[in-house]
Design a protein around this ligand. Structure first.
Ligand SMILES: Cc1ncc(COP(=O)(O)O)c(C=O)c1O
Length: 404
């Protein structure tokens, strides 16, 4: 038997170990109530429209749609995307400011490769999106964690940390944030803090990577602040977006929007990663955007998810221990609970599983493995009945643990 480990690069070994350690361990057991996944409700996928468009695209444009295409993206799709970004998020850019990526995960990965060296300081929210954390961890930076509250990242705490770093002749190179309906916590950065963050980026000279994965999935009318990208006047924000949550994740369509120079510098990394994002899904999405399929399906998606979020908030209010703090997201997919007790949510998980309910323990979302008493709950995938039953089961497991 060959021992393949012997042939592995140092990085290969390291990356395999961090991803194994920090990946979300989804339990695919259908008989239990799962708040663990990050899956959209498949009932929200515009299956009939996409089927019709896919057939049309292959019939009419098969030669192009099945051919190799430029690394930056299929030009008809990029044009439609540029229009869509303006309509949906108020982002006014040219095609030169855009690169299409294979999911926004790839966008984060190539940005990390471009801007993060071993040993440099980068800042992230505490907690933050685990797969982004892993993409950054693979670059071996030093993390500066910024705590959150109901209004998103605490920029006052960030400022303190930046001043302290400066007094030691250090600085951060980049800050990664999910400012709107964050994964995992669901919180949204207030307008005042957005302004403060941009001021800090200018004063302390760093780039902001704005991950807007949930920017279009806002349920409460008028509650969503503008993207940081639109508030910034100095070209410090690199915007990362995705069609995963509003069209389908399986099409793997993400994008980076940034000053032209940044896009040009990222293009070789994109090319090395996969030459280009599949032409076929870009062609299908181009038609879907032109036909405004997302705009047409969003009201229904929003109302389905709003009902589920409200059901989960009501159940938490009714059942979960009084000491707990939990978030009230304006959109996205997740509610975050900090129990404020001695219960360790990682140790509690097998017990919850034996009672037929699972969640994601919060520790993996912290760069420093903090957050032993936190958990992430997904409300988009389970039904309302499952949400009510699942929260009740969870509260019983927590109470039993507290009474031990
Ligand atoms: C905050 C955030 N960013 C990026 C992604 C990656 O999404 P995708 O690669 O499907 O665009 C996710 C997926 O759940 C996410 O929650």
């Amino acid at each position: 038997m060959i021992s393949y480990k012997r042939y592995m690069s140092k990085d290969g070994d390291y990356v395999a170990s961090i991803v194994a350690k920090y990946s979300l361990k989804f339990l695919e057991d259908r008989s239990i109530i799962s708040f663990a996944g990050g899956l959209p409700d498949p009932a929200t996928f515009p299956v009939d429209d996409l089927k019709r468009i896919a057939v049309e695209v292959i019939e009419k444009h098969g030669c192009d749609a099945l051919q190799y295409m430029p690394s930056r993206g299929v030009s008809t799709y990029v044009r439609e995307l540029v229009d869509f970004l303006y309509r949906a998020r108020g982002i006014r850019v040219d095609a030169d400011n855009v690169i299409v990526t294979t999911g926004s995960q790839q966008a984060i990965d190539i940005i990390a490769r471009m801007y993060v060296d071993e040993g440099v300081y980068i800042a992230v929210e505490e907690p933050t999106y685990v797969a982004a954390l892993n993409a950054f961890r693979a670059r071996k930076p030093r993390f500066i964690g910024v705590p959150i509250d109901d209004f998103g990242m605490r920029t006052d705490a960030l400022e303190d940390k930046l001043r302290r770093l400066r007094s030691e002749a250090n600085r951060i190179n980049l800050l990664y944030t999910v400012p709107t309906a964050q994964n995992p916590s669901g919180v949204t950065l207030s307008v005042d803090r957005r302004k403060h963050l941009i001021e800090l980026a200018n004063e302390f000279d760093f780039l902001i990577v704005e991950d807007d994965a949930y920017g279009l999935m806002i349920f409460d009318e008028g509650a969503s602040p503008p993207p940081l990208f639109c508030m910034d006047r100095s070209g410090r924000v690199i915007y990362v977006g995705s069609l995963s949550k509003v069209l389908t994740p399986g099409m793997r369509l993400g994008h980076i929007v940034a000053p032209r120079e940044v896009i040009e510098s990222l293009e070789p990394f994109k090319q090395i990663a996969d030459l280009h994002t599949p032409s076929i899904t870009q062609h299908i999405a181009a038609v879907a955007l032109r036909e405004r399929i997302i705009e047409r399906s969003m009201p229904r998606i929003r109302s389905v998810y709003r009902m589920k979020r409200d059901a989960m908030l009501r159940a938490i209010q009714e059942h979960i221990v009084e000491t707990a703090w939990w978030t009230r997201p304006i959109g996205g997919m997740f509610i975050w609970i900090k129990l404020n007790t001695r219960v360790d949510t990682e140790r509690l998980l097998p017990k919850a599983y034996s009672r037929g309910v699972i969640y994601v323990p919060g520790r993996g979302f912290y760069h420093n493995e903090d957050g032993f008493d936190t958990m992430r709950l997904n409300f988009t995938y389970p039904s309302i009945d499952q949400i009510e039953e699942g929260i009740e089961r969870l509260s019983r497991v927590i109470m039993e643990e507290l009474c031990r």
